[in-house]
Design a protein around this ligand. Structure first.
Ligand SMILES: Cc1cc2nc3c(=O)[nH]c(=O)nc-3n(C[C@H](O)[C@H](O)[C@H](O)COP(=O)(O)O)c2cc1C
Length: 374
């Protein structure tokens, strides 16, 4: 059996395999509440054989959403619709994760396919449109050519404490919804990444300046979420291992951060990169894998992600010890049955990941045509 399709145990959670669906924003919620779109979009990845499906960046506060269409977990009213999705993922054999997020200065942006706040009054009512002034470590506009960013208000110490508590409260609600894991979003230039990066954090108090000070918010969030999250359930954190920008957060910093996160009880580091602005890496197949490998050398359990499409590449990453799991975003959209198909590529005539409603028919067709038998 391939490593990719071998189970993995993290605390009391056993994943059926190591193929993970990475979080993907859908901008399709009203007031942060999940609906049929989310059920079908996510449910097909469970039907498609993935071991763990991580739900999109989910706002821990209303002002922490990237757009008004993001999922949220800032009130108990948002739990029920997520529980329905979790129950379906479980029924179909996948574990369920949710990414808890605060966008900081990258909040209150237009829904990407609209590109601007051009909703009519009728659409605003229908979509539950909202826009607001974001908060961030420093009042510095996100540098980008894309439209829609707003100069944020600098967070007070009270804002910081309330946001830490909001992450913890959202984790408690995620547990109530039945999630198996939460992933703290510390990557892609969002709030936690903004505190870490000297590019976005110009504070002169205990949360800015030295690396230790810039790490303070990330560590406070991790400590609070770990305390709120059941001891038997694993905690993930996604980081941008490097800003890949002059004067930014870099891999050496991440190695120090991950040491502290591990000591606090963060079990898995999901290794991405970039997001604070200028980005010096050129995306290409497997380009972020060396970052996951470097983080894994600290002893951490890691997920590699980013332009990993070929099942043999994913298997090699695990065999070479570069990561413990592999995550897929666009590849999962391209082929929601990616995991089922990859299992056939790596392990031949294996049908257990097919839903029972399809399994025997597919096996019969393969036999008839002499496919996937070897
Ligand atoms: C539609 C879409 C939405 C995304 N939303 C999120 C998100 O909510 N949180 C996050 O950390 N990354 C998000 N990403 C980034 C992916 O999780 C992933 O890291 C990235 O796409 C690289 O992996 P891939 O090459 O397999 O697509 C998103 C990507 C896509 C394509």
């Amino acid at each position: 059996m391939s490593l990719l399709f071998s189970p993995l145990t993290l605390r009391e959670l056993t994943l059926r395999n190591r193929a993970v669906v990475a979080p993907m924003c859908q901008y399709s919620a009203r007031h942060g509440v999940a609906n049929d779109w989310h059920l079908v979009h996510l449910g097909r990845f469970a039907l498609g054989g993935f071991g763990l499906v991580i739900l999109e960046a989910t706002g821990v506060t209303p002002e922490g959403r990237i757009s008004y269409g993001d999922l949220g977990l800032w009130t108990d009213e948002q739990v029920g619709a997520l529980k329905r999705i979790v129950d379906f993922l479980h029924q179909e054999g996948a574990a369920a994760g949710i990414q808890l997020a605060h966008a900081g200065r990258k909040a209150s942006t237009p829904v990407p396919w609209r590109r601007d706040f051009n909703e009519t009054e009728a659409e605003k009512a229908e979509l539950a449109f909202e826009s607001w002034t974001p908060i961030a470590p420093s009042p510095i506009l996100q540098p980008t050519s894309a439209p829609g960013y707003t100069t944020p208000r600098e967070m007070t110490l009270a804002d910081i404490a309330a946001t830490v508590e909001a992450f913890a409260a959202a984790a408690r609600r995620a547990d109530a919804a039945g999630f198996d894991t939460v992933e703290i979003h510390g990557a892609h230039g969002y709030l936690i990444n903004q505190f870490l990066s000297p590019i976005a954090n110009h504070r002169t108090d205990a949360y800015g300046g030295s690396r230790d000070n810039r790490m303070r918010f990330a560590l406070e969030v991790a400590r609070a979420v770990r305390a709120a999250w059941p001891a038997g359930k694993p905690l993930f954190m996604r980081i941008s291992a490097t800003d890949a920008a002059e004067g930014g957060w870099d891999l050496d910093d991440s190695i120090v951060l991950v040491g502290e996160l591990t000591a606090l009880g963060v079990d898995v580091i999901h290794v991405s990169s970039g997001g604070v602005g200028a980005y010096g890496m050129t995306p290409a197949p497997l380009y972020q894998v060396p970052l996951a490998e470097a983080i894994r050398r600290t002893g951490a359990t890691t997920i590699a992600v980013g332009l990993i499409d070929d099942p043999r590449d994913a298997e090699n990453i695990l065999e070479r010890g570069e990561a413990d799991m592999v995550a897929f975003a666009r590849g999962a959209l391209e082929d929601p049955n990616w995991a089922i198909h990859a299992h056939h590529v790596l392990d031949g005539a294996q049908y257990e990941l097919w839903p029972k409603q399809a399994r025997d028919r597919i096996r019969g067709k393969d036999k008839l045509l002499g496919l996937r038998q070897g």
